[in-house]
Ligand binder design. Structure first.
Ligand code: MN
Length: 389
């Protein structure tokens, strides 16, 4: 049995099987059809069975934290004795987009990543801009191009920095990159005009997925001043179809590495506010980096509070990315931009080939693990994509 898919985990997905689309959890190398399980082993009275009979996770996500807790307790009890009549081999189902993405926001919460980019792009200046330690910097991305793992990624074309003649270049990106991130999935909506405090993070966030924020650095470099990322990132963002419930990560919580200066009141957070989740970035079968989520400066609760402090409300299906996860060591950088130091230093794959940025046919897979209740291994759903020319 594959490790990391025990009762302490139970990640959710929407799958298709035998012409039917339904919601499921993974247990070992099986998936459990939640609607079928509800017939065999009825859930408690507080759980509206219709959320289990929906074609994707949207209804369950919208039902809120009491239902999430009720469903999880019911699943852990019903599945104690192993496979049931509601079990289907994992290999027989096709995971689909798990929910309709409402808004997509991406942050920039790794101090190491932000500092590395500052050093690469502004070598003579202070690496971090003045606002960085006071607020989680972010931008609004494109929800409609968030795609499930396995979706091919077409190399984007766009404008690039002008050459000596002053005319911008145009053509396929020659600096196609990845960003290794976590995605936080909002379930319960919030009321317009009412900010969500850091303490209400687990009342709104349903779970966590792996996210690859594909990025065309040459397009990005020319367009991003003064309003931030646009076409250099909006062509595709890949997520794992498996959503790890926030409750499964309770035991993986760790204190943040430390915030100096102390943030404003609305960003104050009760520790432990970080998560010990270890990622790996695989390029064509070579693990090129192992980014540590525990090193992130800003916590997901702070990002949620910041995103709503102006009164902007949350919708079911909102997705926000952590920002590229980079650790202090060179082997823990979560983008090729950093691994190749701005494209200046190539690195070698196990097959002997070298890379700075991605070539057509390259496959990037992000994986992650954490420790759940009683130290049980949790393997987060992987996210993979292949570049096509
Ligand atoms: Mn990003």
């Amino acid at each position: 049995m594959s490790a990391g898919f025990g009762l302490a985990h139970l990640p959710y997905a929407a799958v298709s099987h035998a012409g039917r689309e339904f919601v499921a959890v993974r247990l070992g190398d099986d998936v459990i059809d939640l609607a079928a399980l509800a017939v065999i082993s009825p859930p408690p009275a507080g759980v509206d069975v219709s959320v289990l009979a929906a074609p994707d996770l949207g209804a369950l996500m919208a039902a809120g934290p009491d239902t999430w807790a009720g469903v999880r307790a019911w699943l852990q009890g019903s599945l104690l004795s192993g496979p049931t009549a509601a079990s289907i081999p994992l290999a027989d189902v096709e995971p689909r987009m798990p929910f309709a993405v409402a808004d997509f926001v991406d942050f920039y919460a790794s101090r190491e990543h932000a500092s590395n980019l500052g050093r690469i792009f502004r070598p003579d200046a202070e690496p971090l801009l003045p606002n960085w330690r006071h607020l989680p910097v972010g931008y609004h991305g494109r929800a409609g191009t968030v795609v499930p793992s396995g979706t091919p990624v077409a190399r984007p074309s766009g404008q690039q920095r002008p050459g000596p003649d002053g005319r911008p270049g145009f053509g396929p990106s020659r600096a196609l990159d990845i960003e290794a991130e976590l995605g936080f999935v909002v379930g319960a909506p919030s009321v317009p005009g009412r900010p969500v405090g850091t303490g209400d993070f687990d009342q709104h966030v349903f779970g966590v997925t792996l996210l690859n924020d594909w990025s065309a650095r040459d397009i990005q470099a020319w367009e991003y001043v003064p309003l931030g990322p646009f076409l250099g990132k909006s062509f595709a963002t890949s997520i794992s179809p498996w959503i790890t419930p926030l409750a499964a990560l309770q035991s993986a919580r760790v204190p943040l590495p430390g915030q100096d200066p102390e943030p404003l009141d609305y960003l104050m957070v009760e520790e432990p506010a970080g998560y010990a989740i270890d990622l790996e970035v695989d390029l064509n079968g070579t693990v090129v980096s192992r980014p540590p989520y525990a090193a992130m400066y800003w916590s997901p609760a702070q990002m949620l509070a910041h995103m709503t402090v102006n009164g902007a409300s949350l919708r079911t299906g909102d997705l926000y990315g952590s920002g590229t996860i980079s650790g202090a060591e060179p082997t823990r950088r979560g983008s090729l931009l950093e691994l190749s130091w701005g494209g200046a230093e190539s690195f070698t794959l196990d097959d002997g080939s070298t890379r700075t940025y991605l070539e057509d046919g390259d496959t990037v897979t992000l994986r992650a693990t954490a420790r759940g209740a009683d130290g049980e291994l949790l393997t987060l759903g992987e996210v993979t994509g292949t570049v096509i020319g």
